[in-house]
Design a protein around this ligand. Structure first.
Ligand code: CA
Length: 232
């Protein structure tokens, strides 16, 4: 699991009416966005964490740009195509795209795709070597071990992913939809009861329901239970 805030995005899009609101919106989400308008500039751009690539560019065909980026980099690429383009998933995969969205696309959908693609890329990230300490709780992202007051807590993989996400920013509220997207799947449209079941089980294993606080109508946050706080 990685922090997406501060993640560098290269937006390759010649159409201002699409690129401008997109750049502003993604900036608000905490991404560090650089926008270029041509294939040439995309190929000349410095290192980035993810490329959002329009296929219809004024100079070089977007597919060719995708292929050339992939020749020299493993950076995740999400291709943006117009509805009129023939979308050939196999071809997109062959030229090295990780995912694609079709215009007009919803902003939320795009952010979910960015998260999902980043999550798939995450295993080699430095973030995964982290040991997070929240009060008496330790979440070791490298070994996938959780300890509470030095005692091992056995979690299922999903429970671990859920705790890893919440512990990435203790005290911060994670929206239900975001948790579903990041821990389960970006295209999760099923019942959200699964999340509640996992939260209940995690609380039970942590021995105190207050570790995972419900924020009504929003989501959940990880917090040191009041009794653990009370050291004075
Ligand atoms: Ca275009």
């Amino acid at each position: 699991m990685r922090h997406l805030e501060g993640m560098r995005l290269l937006v390759v899009e010649d159409d201002d009416s699409i690129a401008e609101p997109l750049t502003v919106g993604l900036g608000r989400e905490g991404f560090d966005v650089t926008r270029v308008t041509t294939g040439r500039d995309a190929l000349a751009a410095g290192s980035t964490d993810l490329v959002l690539l329009d296929l219809g560019l004024p100079d070089i065909d977007g597919r060719e740009v995708c292929r050339r980026i992939r020749e020299r980099s493993e950076v995740p690429i999400i291709v943006v195509t117009a509805r009129s383009d023939e979308v050939d998933r196999v071809l997109l995969l062959e030229i090295g795209a990780d995912d694609y969205v079709v215009k007009p696309f919803g902003f939320r959908e795009l952010v979910a795709r960015i998260r999902a693609v980043s999550r798939r890329m995450a295993p080699s990230d430095l973030d995964d070597t982290e040991l997070r300490v929240v009060g008496a709780l330790e979440v070791d992202l490298r070994t996938h071990e959780v300890r509470l007051a030095s005692q091992r807590v056995e979690l299922t993989p999903k429970e671990f992913d859920l705790l890893a996400l919440l512990s990435s920013d203790p005290g911060a509220v994670f929206a239900r939809q975001r948790i579903l997207e990041e821990v389960w799947d970006a295209h999760w449209y099923g019942p959200t009861k699964t999340l509640d079941v996992h939260v209940a089980s995690l609380r039970k294993k942590l021995g105190n329901a207050n570790w995972v606080r419900t924020v009504r109508g929003v989501g959940f946050k990880l917090e040191v239970p009041a009794s653990e706080d009370d050291v004075s």
